[in-house]
Design a protein around this ligand. Structure first.
Ligand SMILES: [Ca+2]
Ligand SMILES: [Ca+2]
Length: 160
């Protein structure tokens, strides 16, 4: 579980400049589960998400799981929420980081507060809207993704 949680965390974005004369390595592009969910909250179809759309979307998703209208979700119910809306019960954010008051329940306000932090982090140009580009995580392909590069495998001693 710990390992899985670790793997689901955002990888640091590392963009290295290509060596002179070397081909540009293909980049890995991915949406973190939280970013994917935020993208779905675009209500007016302009492919941008405002804070109001984020709060409304979270409220609707919360209500879909809080069918008893208890106003808070226990951790099991929260895992149901995560599975449905983030795609996996262990996807981040975890209930431990959302449950600020430590009552072992997640309130809508706590959920919105945590996602407000995501919003601030993703909103690189600070214009109060998240574009798909801002939600995208891009990292350079790292050595080991699909084995060593060909020039390392086939390297021969130089002939004279
Ligand atoms: Ca709580
Ligand atoms: Ca923005």
């Amino acid at each position: 579980m710990l390992i899985l949680s670790f793997l689901l965390q955002a990888a640091p974005i590392v963009v290295t400049a290509p060596q002179p004369g070397a081909p540009q390595p293909p980049a890995t592009m991915a949406y973190e589960p939280a970013a994917m969910l935020i993208a779905t909250f675009d209500a007016d179809g302009d492919a941008r998400v405002t804070r109001a759309e984020l709060e409304d979307g979270l409220a609707a998703s919360f209500a879909a799981i809080d069918t008893a209208r208890a106003e808070t979700l226990g951790y099991i119910d929260f895992a149901d929420w995560a599975e449905r809306f983030l795609g996996d019960r262990n996807a981040l954010p975890s209930p431990f980081e959302i449950d600020r008051d430590g009552d072992n329940r997640v309130s809508l306000r706590e959920l919105q507060a945590r996602f407000s932090e995501y919003f601030t982090r993703y909103d690189r140009d600070r214009d109060g809207m998240l574009t798909r580009a801002e939600l995208l995580t891009i990292r350079a392909r790292v050595f080991g993704d699909d084995g060593p590069p060909n020039d390392l495998k086939k390297r021969k001693p130089p002939r004279r």
